[in-house]
Design a protein around this ligand. Structure first.
Ligand code: CU
Length: 198
């Protein structure tokens, strides 16, 4: 068994045990050449419950991709938005994994397994699906990196991949972090269904 394979297996074990720290680094490279494929190999062949999504607007144009994976006490969502008009926008995990154009109301309200109100600045909030606003630069791109505490990918009472799934929704406006139930974030500009695997 060569070193590359060992690295991949160690990475997969770390993911499965949920012991990886909350960072974007999935595996440390080891000495020697040809190591670059190891982290992605682990992520695509391991059994860790991860999910991916691609967001589309009402015309079917891709607005980027995101991945949700177990991390520490919850789930971490990372993504790369693209082809978005520069500005600041709300982005949330919504409770139903259905994205029907043009308005994407099929995705339902914000993911809210604890029955709270909306927003981190709301004393009765937030929803689990309340992610920080994203700012899209002049290049039409933005990074998403948000941690959701106290949830799971599968199993339990607050699972992202529950029976009706979940969706990632990019809004047309800014989340004010307090107006219940939507954050006054405007319409739903793009929507992506979380699907198990990468
Ligand atoms: Cu939303």
């Amino acid at each position: 068994m060569d070193r590359k394979v060992v690295t991949a297996i160690v990475s997969a074990l770390a993911l499965g045990a949920g012991v990886n720290a909350c960072s974007s680094s999935m595996a440390e490279p080891t000495s020697g050449a040809g190591q670059s494929a190891a982290p992605s190999a682990a992520m695509t062949t391991g059994t860790a419950p991860v999910a991916h999504t691609e967001l589309f607007d009402k015309d079917g144009k891709s607005k980027g991709r995101a991945v949700a994976r177990p991390m520490g006490d919850g789930v971490h969502v990372t993504g790369d938005l693209e082809n978005v008009t520069p500005g600041t926008y709300a982005i949330h995990v919504h409770t139903t994994g259905t994205c029907t154009a043009p308005d994407f109301t099929s995705a339902g309200p914000h993911w809210n397994p604890e029955g709270k109100q909306h927003g981190k600045e709301n004393p009765s909030g937030p929803h689990k699906g309340d992610l920080p606003n994203v700012t899209v630069g002049a290049d039409g791109k933005a990074k998403v990196s948000s941690h959701i505490m106290g949830v799971t990918m599968t199993g339990g009472t607050a699972a992202l991949l529950d029976a009706d799934g979940a969706a990632l929704v990019l809004h047309a406006g800014v989340d004010d972090y307090k107006s219940d139930p939507t954050g006054n974030a405007g319409g739903r500009a793009a929507c992506g269904v979380f699907k198990a695997g990468l």
